[in-house]
Design a protein around this ligand. Structure first.
Ligand SMILES: [Zn+2]
Length: 160
């Protein structure tokens, strides 16, 4: 399953990529370009714009209309609809910035490339082969898990 997200869904796009989903995104796409890209790339168009959703569906192209307000609610809706787990497995994660699959990187190679304290405290690092951004499970990780736990609770509600 591949997605394309409308320009309002930048934050959601980063979440989905971390969860391993392939999401095309640009806040420069006009509606017609989004619809064309969805069709050409066989991607499901994600949107909170009802009119855009209806236009897309009318052309026989897959789209999903998001109703959730928070990221947790939106993630829950999508996980329910498309059946992917609400857990981050960095082996499957994509770079939140550019959608490329990230790869584990030996710590030795990162000396001087991440802050000294980060280098001391963490042992596992991943790198995006395309944009070069380096990732680790830092202090922000608790917040990430809290959001995913909330999303799981919402998903259970939707299931009833
Ligand atoms: Zn990247």
């Amino acid at each position: 399953m591949k997605f394309i997200a409308d320009g309002m869904l930048g934050k959601l796009t980063r979440w989905l990529r971390m969860l391993g989903q392939d999401v095309k995104y640009s806040n420069q796409f006009k509606d017609a370009e989004l619809i064309m890209a969805a069709k050409k790339g066989h991607r499901v168009l994600l949107t909170r714009d009802l009119e855009l959703y209806q236009r897309t569906i009318a052309k026989g192209i897959d789209a999903f209309y998001l109703e959730g307000r928070t990221e947790a609610e939106k993630l829950a809706e999508l996980a329910k609809q498309f059946g992917f787990p609400l857990a981050i497995d960095l082996k499957r994660s994509r770079c939140p910035r550019c959608n490329t699959k990230i790869r584990p990187t030996p710590k030795e190679k990162l000396a001087g490339k991440v802050e000294k304290n980060t280098f001391i405290y963490y042992d596992e690092f991943w790198k995006c082969p395309k944009c070069g951004h380096i990732y680790w499970q830092g202090a922000h990780w608790e917040g990430i898990h809290a959001t995913l736990e909330k999303a799981k609770k919402f998903r259970e509600k939707f299931a009833v």
